[in-house]
Design a protein around this ligand. Structure first.
Ligand code: SF4
Ligand code: SF4
Length: 403
């Protein structure tokens, strides 16, 4: 068993959840459950937060989720849905690479999940895959079962293949491209959930975005690479905010298009927050995070992007075999992600864009020693993006108002 780094003071020791309850705060029920159905991957991406960063706990877990574990997870999700009168929950089949579990196992798991759900609670099942093993037969079976599919891809073939390789160093773009053409074809379009793509400021932003558009994705998630104050993002000379500048260029290309070609969740969330709405994204805003992860051994964890911070950062000490999801809602690290501005450092609380930024992604606030009560390591980039979107929207709203 690997030695885990002790949790930092904030939030693990400093946040008193009992006191929060006494003051009237109540947790938000989990609505999305990520099941790590397979712990290994058929790719070896150089930026992978599962295999290449601080946390290596995947080595100690079963390769594949056993039926007893997924049945326990299904029962716990149903219990949570009943207790909180949830009318809808989402389960995402995840890994590693979930397709390595094989379609038979995935369909049995999904059937058991559906059978466990209480009346009146709708279950949506999705999968996040690297696409390499997504052939027509597999896709047909998953689509027939109503499972929607999101695929990770990083822009042009050359850009994608620079990072997303097989273990022998060969790029994976050709295989992913085959899968995406299939997924974008008429019979499978309803099953296409969207693309997930990493922001890489060394690439040309507009052609990179246009390479993604070629697959006609219904939605694109642009993710900042996981980094924190101990391992800051790669900032090449020339700009203090390369990630912010890259996002601004893609925003303008997307916003100025004569018709909406796809949804970009990060941009839509920033726009909604600027108009006083709420956010469902982990990347911006102050909305409570309502996602729980179940590892292949049944361990209930926080979202695994935290694995980029330190070994064991996601751990809650709970397991679906013995514990309810409600027990996890009382964990200080989970509460810290549900209390909005209360979890922010003084600098973020007094920041003029904090209601939109919300200190960015929780994992990007980590600093060894004092933990997660810091600004995002992407603070300057987020400010560049938010201020730009604000300028663009203000100009358009003024024009519409005839000013
Ligand atoms: S496909 Fe995902 S899980 Fe697999 S190596 Fe790449 S980033 Fe990691
Ligand atoms: S991370 Fe920076 S931009 Fe975001 S709220 Fe904090 S200070 Fe403001």
């Amino acid at each position: 068993m690997r030695t885990l780094t002790p949790h930092p003071r904030w939030p693990h020791e400093a946040l008193n959840v009992t006191e929060l309850h006494e003051k009237g705060w109540r947790p938000t029920a989990f609505r999305e459950f990520v099941l790590k159905v397979h712990q290994r991957c058929n790719l070896a991406c150089d930026y992978c937060y599962v295999y290449e960063l601080a946390d290596q706990t995947w080595r100690d877990r079963p390769r594949v989720m056993a039926p007893a574990v997924w049945q326990a997870a299904a029962n716990r999700i149903a219990e949570h849905a009943r207790r909180h009168h949830l009318r809808r929950v989402t389960v995402i089949l995840h890994g590693g690479e979930p397709l390595l579990a094989g379609p038979d196992r995935l369909l049995r798991l999904t059937a058991d999940l559906r059978a466990a759900m209480p009346d009146g609670c709708r279950l949506s099942v999705g999968m996040q895959t690297n696409g390499v093993a997504l052939d027509e037969r597999t896709l047909t079976r998953l689509a027939d079962d109503g499972i929607t599919i999101g695929v990770s891809v990083d822009g042009s073939p050359a850009d994608h293949d620079r990072h997303r390789t097989f273990a022998n160093g060969t790029g994976s773009h050709a295989a992913v491209d085959r899968a995406l053409r299939l997924l974008g074809s008429p019979p499978f379009q309803p099953s296409f959930a969207g693309l997930l793509s990493l922001v890489d400021p060394s690439t040309d932003p507009v052609p990179t975005f246009e390479a993604l558009l070629r697959y006609q994705p219904p939605a694109v998630d642009l993710l900042l690479p996981h980094a924190n104050w101990a391992t800051p993002p790669d900032r090449r000379p020339g700009s203090a905010t390369p990630h912010g500048d890259w996002l601004v260029a893609v925003f303008d290309r997307w916003y100025d298009a004569p018709r909406r070609e796809t949804r970009i969740r990060l941009f839509e969330e920033v726009m909604s927050l600027l108009l006083g709405g709420s956010s469902r994204s982990e990347q911006v805003g102050l909305s409570p995070v309502a996602v729980a992860v179940v590892e292949s051994d049944g361990a209930i964890e926080q979202v695994d992007s935290l694995k980029s911070a330190y070994p064991g950062a996601c751990a809650t000490g709970r397991n679906v075999r013995t514990d309810s999801f409600d027990a996890v809602l009382r964990h200080p690290a989970v509460a810290a992600r549900q209390i909005g501005a209360e979890a922010l450092c003084d600098g973020c609380r007094s920041c003029p864009v904090s209601a939109v930024c919300g200190a960015g992604h929780y994992a990007h606030r980590y600093r060894p020693g004092d933990g997660f009560r810091n600004p995002s390591v992407y603070c300057a980039d987020l400010q560049v993006l938010i201020r730009h979107v604000h300028r663009r929207m203000t100009a358009d709203l003024s024009r519409l108002a005839g000013r």
